[in-house]
Design a protein around this ligand. Structure first.
Ligand code: 5GP
Ligand code: ZN
Length: 136
């Protein structure tokens, strides 16, 4: 288990900082976000320190998303939410404040206005094809 001494989520995983635990197994911990966007806003983390999705080994990533699915369903049912956002920020530019991989599960109510990914501008000309070529 790789842990970074001054990482808040490593300290939570090690039980050195308290957290309101929603789920725990050998490799994964889920706990309530301390600044919830809505009731039940939950963070799911690997207990091992991986910085971003790109650093996560695929089996661990798959395991985490299996748990995210179960928790998202439970949060929606038990808190009578109307919807659920799964948000996962990677790197500072994308709004990742804590550099320890985590998945946000955010229960939503109709018209709560919490979060919406804005529509971009309609792609012009062959820009989408140019993008595809960069990804080939
Ligand atoms: P990020 O912006 O990195 O995707 O999200 C980090 C999240 O961690 C934020 O929503 C923030 O409220 C939450 N957070 C930061 N410090 C703590 C803490 O000590 N305990 C808990 N439970 N959540 C935290
Ligand atoms: Zn960490």
């Amino acid at each position: 288990m790789i842990r970074i001494p001054d990482c808040i989520f490593c300290l939570i995983a090690a039980g050195k900082i308290p957290a309101k635990k929603v789920y725990e197994d050998t490799n994964v911990l889920a706990f309530l976000d301390i600044n919830p966007l809505s009731e039940g806003h939950t963070l799911v983390i690997p207990k091992t320190h991986y910085e971003t999705i790109s650093h996560m080994p695929e089996p661990e990533l798959g395991g985490i998303f299996g748990i995210v699915k179960k928790l998202a369903t439970k949060l929606k049912d038990n808190l009578r939410a109307d919807g659920i956002n799964i948000v996962q920020n990677n790197f500072k530019a994308a709004g990742q404040d804590i550099p320890h991989f985590h998945v946000h599960i955010i229960p939503r109510k109709t018209n709560d206005g919490i979060l919406r990914i804005p529509l971009g501008k309609k792609a012009e000309g062959d820009t989408l094809d140019q993008t595809l070529r960069k990804l080939a």
